[in-house]
Design a protein around this ligand. Sequence first.
Ligand SMILES: [Zn+2]
Length: 200
Amino acid sequence: MYAKSLTKNIQAKRTPLIIERDYPDGEEQVCCFCDQRFIKDHISWKKTWEHLDNNDENQELWNLAWAHFDCNEKKRTDPDSQIRAHEKIKQNKRWEKTYDFEYASEKKKNNDADEATEIDLNVAHRQIALEFLAEKLPNESEKWNFNDAISCIVLRCEKKTNHGSKQSIRNYLDVQACTEGKYRKEKISGTTYIMWRTGQ
Ligand SMILES: [Zn+2]
């Protein structure tokens, strides 16, 4: 048994596919009956879920589209709208035959995985940066050339993770050396050093 009512869960699942099917390449979303735009919260022109075959319990993708509230109401009694809905069902079924669902879900999985990897890398790089600072600056009497610290940390990141960006490490060290951070930067004879922030 499938869920008979159009639950939020089903809406969430169908939404990206309806966008891909009916409004590809970022096309503006319009009503499937009158081709006019939707107006959010407008009593007549807001977007509603249209059940093309008039069966509100049929939540198959091919049976769902987006229409104005009014157009959705009007369709119940309007023969022209009925014909248009019938045509749309045929179109939708054709689309499903050619649309590569498997490829699309693979693509999404890969994108998600890439995003996760990027977050993991950021975490690893920050850890490497903190370890470097702890190692080179064990106490408040030590200081280290700021630019060299960046290069050394990037080198360690590249060795450990095969990735490393000077800009992101520089940004991270800048954060660590902010006025509320454990460290501070100081220019001595034209060279910038990083050291403990103490006695302030
Ligand atoms: Zn409409």
